[in-house]
Design a protein around this ligand. Structure first.
Ligand SMILES: Cc1cc2nc3c(=O)[nH]c(=O)nc-3n(C[C@H](O)[C@H](O)[C@H](O)COP(=O)(O)OP(=O)(O)OC[C@H]3O[C@@H](n4cnc5c(N)ncnc54)[C@H](O)[C@@H]3O)c2cc1C
Length: 463
């Protein structure tokens, strides 16, 4: 039996441990925090379910739902309340709804595009004319901003792409790689010329579904339920040690890992399921070039601030899922979700919960500010943007320094080199949001694939 050490007890490392255990192989998880889950952390406050990190996952990618099913949690899955789904964008001091029919930043309906106040006539005309664009395949990579600007113009970057990607990645579209972040759009644009025509054709091929599945899924009790269920399922087969791995060295057969409590562990296989920059710090003695490559993956830092209110303090209940603040209009707030509207079971009658996002590539400094200063700034800005005077009854702040990897231009090339340096037989395996997808389903898939490599079986999960 191979001895396996997994560094990092977030969802990537937990998934690797779970699928190894299912294949009959035990492992040891090293986690420097005093709890499992990494950035997944759920808390109950005054009857509200508060997510400090992620709150849901995309239903289109199967790995999360497959794992949830295996853990016996299928009856706990809920979808986002998509009939209430309106997302607003701040423009000129007002909140304007994203036009109906947008697929990310691609318009698929004419009337909402014509009538939206979010874009000027010049941009609307340009987006309409984009339908006539002939294929102009481009070799290589470019930024998301350049790609969207070429198709739809600069205003579509500023008021659609930038706020949407800041909300998902805490990222800057002028740095993010279009081939890594929006690969399907690149394929469609190469094939059809017009991105809009490509998206419409792909939708027509998939067949019109009058009751599409909810875009986002989560668990009734929050994503912490998933972490607890994995921990329960692997208990007895996996040793969890709260300690920090300090360095990895090659041993005669396999590896030696130095721990911050002074001890050493031996392993035939190591799964690096920590952030790439932390992995880089461990690998210098094993493979200097690999350490350099992992260290070159940029990360953004973010902060979530949950504010709980009495609904009675609002003249009218907040409308829609929430809002995004484009960089051009931003002070501190990047985005805000009205939790009780987006998901059922999260906020009891009589309460309103706002979940605000701060930080990102532009404002990592906010993580260094005091809780009092952050709450004061967030309450002031939220009241002004959403137009209310209610004061929060409770607040919860979570800081996530350098937690969200950024797939910058050239990421695919970097990945190819990383993969070439970590062949399955080499004993070193990578899983985590720095590599092939930042979302929870991707992290679960990578953890599962690392386990499959170790078990010597083919990965069964689809990408
Ligand atoms: C605020 C926020 C909101 C998000 N929202 C969503 C969302 O709604 N939907 C979605 O799909 N995704 C979302 N994401 C992304 C997704 O949650 C993450 O990409 C994913 O959970 C990362 O899991 P991971 O296990 O790879 O890494 P992490 O969760 O970062 O876990 C890595 C672990 O490694 C540990 N570690 C690091 N170095 C060492 C060491 N040397 N020794 C021991 N332990 C170490 C760390 O303490 C950490 O616990 C969000 C991310 C953030 C930060």
């Amino acid at each position: 039996m191979p001895g396996v050490v997994i560094i990092g007890g977030g969802i990537s490392g937990l998934s690797a441990a779970y699928y190894l255990a299912r294949g009959g192989v035990g492992s040891t998880i090293l986690e420097s925090r005093p709890r499992l889950g990494g950035v997944i952390q759920t808390e109950r406050v005054e009857g509200c379910t508060i997510e400090a990190g992620p709150d849901s996952f995309l239903s289109a990618k199967p790995a999360a739902l497959e794992l949830i099913g295996e853990l016996g949690l299928a009856d706990q899955v809920i979808g986002s309340n998509d009939r209430l789904r309106v997302t607003y964008v701040r423009k000129g001091g007002r909140l304007l709804p994203l036009p109906d029919g947008l697929m990310m930043m691609v318009p698929t309906k004419i009337l909402p595009l014509l009538t939206t106040g979010l874009l000027g006539w010049r941009t609307k005309f340009r987006m309409g004319m984009e339908l006539l664009r002939a294929p102009q395949p481009k070799p290589g990579d470019e930024s998301v901003a350049d790609f969207i600007q070429e198709h739809y113009g600069a205003e579509a970057v500023d008021y659609l792409a930038e706020p949407l990607l800041s909300g998902i990645y805490g990222g800057d579209p002028s740095q993010l790689s279009v081939t890594s972040v929006l690969p399907r759009f690149v394929e469609l644009a190469n094939q059809y010329g017009s991105l809009t025509r490509g998206v419409l054709a792909a939708r027509a091929r998939a067949g019109r579904n009058r009751n599409p599945a909810p875009l986002f899924r989560t668990l009734k009790g929050g994503l912490g339920q998933l972490v607890d269920a994995i921990a329960g399922a692997i208990g007895g087969k996996v040793e969890v040690r709260q300690c920090r791995a300090q360095t990895i060295q090659r041993a005669e057969a396999g590896f030696r890992i130095k721990l911050d409590d002074g001890g050493w562990l031996e392993a035939d296989h190591v799964v690096l399921a920590c952030e790439a920059h932390n992995g880089a710090a461990l690998l210098g003695g094993v493979d200097g070039r690999l350490a350099e490559l992992l260290g070159s993956v940029p990360y953004s830092s973010s902060m979530t601030v949950a504010l709980g209110f009495d609904a009675a303090d609002f003249a009218r209940p907040p409308h829609g899922f929430g809002f995004l603040v484009p960089k051009k209009e931003r002070r501190r707030l990047v985005a805000c979700t009205w939790v009780g509207t987006k998901f059922s079971y999260r906020v009891p009658e009589g309460k309103v919960v706002a979940r605000c996002f701060l930080g990102g590539m532009e404002d990592a400094g906010v993580l260094g500010e005091s809780d009092e200063a952050v709450v004061a700034a967030v309450v002031r800005e939220l009241q002004e943007i959403a137009g209310f005077t209610a004061r929060p009854r409770f607040t919860r702040i979570a800081r996530w320094p350098r937690s969200m990897a950024q797939y910058t231009v050239g990421h695919a090339q970097r990945m190819a080199e990383i993969q070439a340096r970590t062949p399955p037989a080499g004993g070193l395996h990578l899983a985590g949001n720095a590599y092939e997808g930042i979302g929870i389903p991707d992290c679960i898939r990578m953890g599962r694939q690392a386990a499959a490599r170790i078990l010597g079986t083919r990965p069964e999960v689809s990408a």
